[in-house]
Ligand binder design. Structure first.
Ligand SMILES: [Fe+2]
Length: 407
């Protein structure tokens, strides 16, 4: 459990909060690049409790501004997008994709330019990689961009999607860090008869043991399960600060799955799934049966606790479904959201299987406190070997050294 105070600290990410300061020390995944079309409507984006617009200018460059026009606060999502500029439809103020205030036609010609120079539009540095537009929401010079190993893959080897769910970001992350739930909540989906990978082996041991290796970017965690033949099944995850979780799915370079739990605001989060294969095009099996959904919100239709998130009780009674949900991600989204808008961690009774969650909370709280003191909580990204980060799962001799598994 956490104290009420620590639960506030770890969950709140708005401007000025400790966790908000920590998150703003990282590049933030904002929106799928494909959603931004040159000269098309600007998209509203809410991140860390702040409202923005993202758009693509005529030359293909992306812009990321505060949502409100600095004149009288009209949403720039209504603006015209033309000639490399957003033009507010209220009074025609124009903003270049670079963030420069280009024209203020409500001012007399003689003072127009001087006036435009005094007006500040808050705009943010962006990068595009891995099919995602990333934004720098921090102060000062942006941190080095992390060269994650999937960012430069061709489209046939990479798919990204996100689901927007009605709860705090940390519930999504904690769900991903929780190996013990896989054999219970997802028991229908991991049925070995349906899949060629190892994940069905989690069913042999519902109380995995955990071991950790601290890394400069977070930690590696092994969930170790005993198998009936005396061997052990190791599922090795990577946690990358502040919200990345690499999920073990078998082969070393193939069928990789990464989740990213980004705060939209304190009671809404964007749960990203990144599926990739470092060596070959992704197959339908790599992507899973539930991939054919809206990539910009695969949680559409999730509902709320009032309709039990659409849970199918009939399927549960008839024995055709354990959870009453039809896909792994809907199962996750439902239980994450059913912890409430912001989970009350003062009422918990944590068990042994929650060790990775305890560890992550401790790491995040410590980093948030450093960030609140104005310190850099993580090392410079240029000092990390991002290409080595990958999840692994393997059957190995009991007591074998999981750290020796090839990454
Ligand atoms: Fe799950």
């Amino acid at each position: 459990m956490l104290s009420a105070e620590d639960n506030e600290t770890i969950t709140r990410t708005g401007p000025g909060t400790a966790m908000g300061k920590l998150m703003r020390q990282f590049w933030t995944p904002a929106i799928r690049s494909a959603r931004l079309v040159a000269d098309a409507a600007p998209e509203r984006v809410r991140l860390l409790g702040q409202d923005f617009v993202a758009f693509r200018a005529s030359n293909g460059q992306a812009g990321f501004f505060d949502e409100r026009c600095p004149h009288r606060g009209v949403s720039l999502s209504l603006a015209r997008n033309e000639n490399g500029e957003l033009k507010c439809i209220y009074h025609g103020w124009k903003f270049h994709v670079s963030g420069k205030v280009a024209e203020v036609p409500t001012e007399p010609a003689a003072t127009r330019e001087a006036f435009a120079q005094r007006v500040r539009l808050r705009h943010y540095p962006v990068r595009e990689a891995g099919g995602i537009l990333w934004v720098w929401l921090g102060d000062g010079v942006p941190a080095e961009f992390p060269r994650l190993n999937w960012l430069d893959l061709p489209p046939e080897q990479l798919r990204v999607r996100l689901g927007v769910i009605p709860c705090n970001w940390l519930q999504g992350l904690e769900g991903q860090l929780d190996s013990a739930h896989v054999g219970v909540l997802h028991q229908d989906q991991i049925n070995p008869q349906k899949r060629s990978d190892n994940i069905g082996k989690v069913a042999f041991d519902s109380a995995p043991r955990f071991d950790f290796e601290v890394m400069p970017y977070g930690f590696r965690e092994a969930a170790l399960r005993s198998l009936p033949d005396g061997s052990q099944y190791a599922r090795v995850r990577e946690f990358v600060m502040p919200y990345y979780s690499y999920i073990p799915r078998g082969a070393r370079n193939e069928r990789q799955h990464l989740t990213i739990a980004v705060p939209v605001d304190d009671t809404t989060s964007a749960q990203w799934d990144v599926y990739y294969n470092l060596e070959a095009p992704l197959t339908l099996e790599d992507l899973g049966v539930d991939f054919d959904v809206n990539p910009d919100d695969c949680a559409v239709g999730l509902g709320s606790i009032d309709n039990r998130f659409g849970q199918n009780r009939e399927a549960m009674s008839s024995g055709s479904s354990f959870s009453g949900f039809s896909s792994i991600r809907f199962e996750d989204f439902a239980v994450n959201s059913a912890q409430g808008p912001i989970a009350d961690r003062t009422i918990e009774n944590l068990s042994s299987s929650d060790l990775p969650i305890v560890r992550t909370r401790r790491m995040l709280l410590q980093a948030a406190r450093s960030a609140a003191r104005g310190e850099l909580a993580m090392p410079d990204a240029s000092t990390v070997d991002w290409s080595a980060i990958r999840a692994v799962d393997e059957v190995m001799p009991a007591g074998g050294e999981w750290r020796a598994l090839p990454r």
